[in-house]
Design a protein. Structure first.
Length: 86
């Protein structure tokens, strides 16, 4: 059975949301803020603001091919993602 990890993220820095979940799974935006996520070989710079948007209540599958999945909120404040590994 897959475990779900709750990740708290912010608009200030990128957070590695895949560290505890493995190479594939699901990301669900269970917070109240729109977030962006991206796959990268290393931690993106704080100035990097582009990525795939994830609306409140939306879920997506992910498969890591290089590095890790990183996320941050778009607007100022914090967000909550539920990450479930397969």
């Amino acid at each position: 059975m897959a475990a779900t990890v709750i990740e708290n993220i912010s608009s200030v820095v990128w957070t590695d949301i895949s560290a505890a979940s493995g190479l594939s799974g699901f990301i669900s935006n269970s917070g109240a803020q729109e977030v962006v996520y991206m796959e990268a070989a290393s931690l993106p710079l704080p100035s990097q603001k582009e990525g795939h948007k994830l609306q409140v209540g939306e879920s997506v599958n992910y498969v890591i091919t290089v590095g890790a999945i990183y996320a941050r909120t778009i607007a100022r404040g914090s967000g909550v993602l539920a990450v479930t590994g397969e």
